[in-house]
Design a protein around this ligand. Structure first.
Ligand SMILES: Cc1ncc(COP(=O)(O)O)c(C=O)c1O
Length: 425
């Protein structure tokens, strides 16, 4: 059944342990790939985990060799590269680049290495594992950096005010020598929350600093908001298309997503939402990105925003506002947040500094409206208080006009890079 078995070039790095790749099976004329018995024997034991992680998405039983062979056949290998990384002990010096190149050359390959090579085997399970296609896409994006990476939305480190933030950190540590050893305050540092509340006024929100909870990015705020207002099994309306991370959160919390069509111009369709609310089982919550929606970039007109807030309040649907990007709007007139129309605490506002100030600090924040106490409790249960140094640094920077200058600079950079990305696409 084999066309032939041949040895591949040695792709280990300097001082490598000789041949470590073997082509042990090859496409037959009918598209079948067959793995020889002695190699399959070698693949038993813990090494199966590696194979299992690769074929997990194809629904193959771990130990079912027949099924694996059938899947390989079904996949018509000339069109689909199956890469099986087998790892054993001893060799940690594999040259990544050459290894990746060698893997790309043939449709079917068993790679026999002597050392677990964790950097290579893609393990979608790391990224939740329940949303297999999305998880695999993100894992690949991280593994093989590309010029324009759509799996994460942030700028290059050079576009953030690294030097100014570093100096602010030094000052904070000098001012509070015990900063790193004293306990961090619940809900967030007071100075930071003051600045956040003051800056939120630009988007029309009047928020008391004590009503804000500092989080690990917007993603933690979304998790807390959803946990505060739903029970597993509840229906949550989402924009379609939406940010993949939200779908992962919904799945992880055992919630059901109801897709609502969303326009690149005006955002979520209110007509479709109203119809869905009449015809579906009860919708418990809705999550929207009203400004610079990901991935569409839409900005909801003010009239839509007001109508959405009003509709959700009347229908007793909790409205979760994801405000990750509004600071990037290139407009003299600042955009209003949904929260600015909220009169009864039905809107949970979730925001982030991750894209606009410092990805490394992972700072986010939220105002949970009438669910504030519940969110406080959930935050305590889930992750306790955020560390304080990053908050003091952000408070100092955001409290000065340097923050406004930085935002102007960042917006103009985004404008130029997004035109370049459009043309490269
Ligand atoms: C719409 C949207 N919400 C939330 C997030 C996550 O934000 P953070 O990195 O602050 O957790 C992202 C990140 O890409 C996003 O695009």
């Amino acid at each position: 059944m084999f066309n032939h078995i041949e040895e591949l070039p040695d792709v280990t790095g300097p001082g490598g342990g000789g041949q470590c790749f073997k082509r042990v099976g090859r496409e037959a004329a009918d598209g079948f790939a067959v793995l020889p018995g002695d190699q399959l024997d070698k693949m038993r034991g813990k090494q199966w985990d590696v194979l299992a992680s690769l074929i997990q998405t194809r629904q193959v039983q771990r130990h079912d060799i027949q099924a694996i062979v059938e899947i390989l056949a079904k996949l018509r290998l000339s069109h689909c590269r199956i890469k099986i990384a087998m790892v054993c002990r001893k060799q940690s010096h594999i040259n990544r680049l050459r290894l990746a190149r060698a893997l790309m050359q043939s449709p079917v390959r068993l790679v026999l290495l002597d050392e677990p090579f964790r950097g290579l085997a893609i393990d979608p399970a790391q990224y939740v594992g329940i949303h297999a296609r999305v998880s695999e896409f993100v894992a690949r994006g991280r593994q093989f950096p590309v010029k324009v990476n759509f799996s994460s939305a942030r700028s290059a480190p050079s576009l953030y005010p690294g030097e100014a933030l570093k100096n602010a950190a030094t000052r904070a540590l000098r001012k509070y020598p015990d900063l790193l050893v004293r306990p961090a305050p619940p809900n967030g540092n007071a100075e930071f929350r003051n600045v956040l509340a003051r800056r939120a006024m630009v988007s029309g929100m009047v928020l008391a600093p004590e009503e804000l909870v500092v989080t690990q990015g917007c993603i933690e705020a979304l998790n807390l908001a959803l946990r505060a207002v739903t029970q597993p099994g509840d229906i949550v309306a989402v924009e379609s298309p939406t940010f993949y991370g939200l779908l992962q959160v919904l799945e992880a919390l055992g919630l059901r997503a109801l897709e609502i069509p969303t326009s690149p111009q005006t955002g979520i369709s209110l007509e479709a939402l109203e119809l869905a609310a009449q015809t579906h089982e009860r919708i418990t919550a809705i999550v929207v990105v009203p400004t610079l929606q990901n991935p569409l970039g839409s900005i909801m007109p003010d009239a839509h925003k007001a109508r959405l807030v009003d509709f959700c309040a009347r229908s007793e649907i909790a409205l979760i506002e994801d405000d990750t990007y509004s600071a990037l709007v290139n407009d003299d007139a600042p955009v209003r947040a949904l929260k600015s129309w909220d009169r009864n605490g039905n809107v949970i506002h979730c925001a982030s500094l991750h894209k606009i100030l410092a990805p490394g600090m992972r700072l986010g924040w939220m105002n949970a409206g009438r669910w504030h106490s519940r969110v406080e409790m959930l935050k305590y249960v889930q992750s306790r208080n955020n560390e304080e140094l990053a908050q003091l640094v952000a408070a100092e920077f955001m409290g000065s006009s340097a923050y406004d200058r930085h935002l102007r600079q960042l917006r103009s950079n985004w404008n130029s890079t997004s035109s370049a990305d459009d043309s490269s696409l």
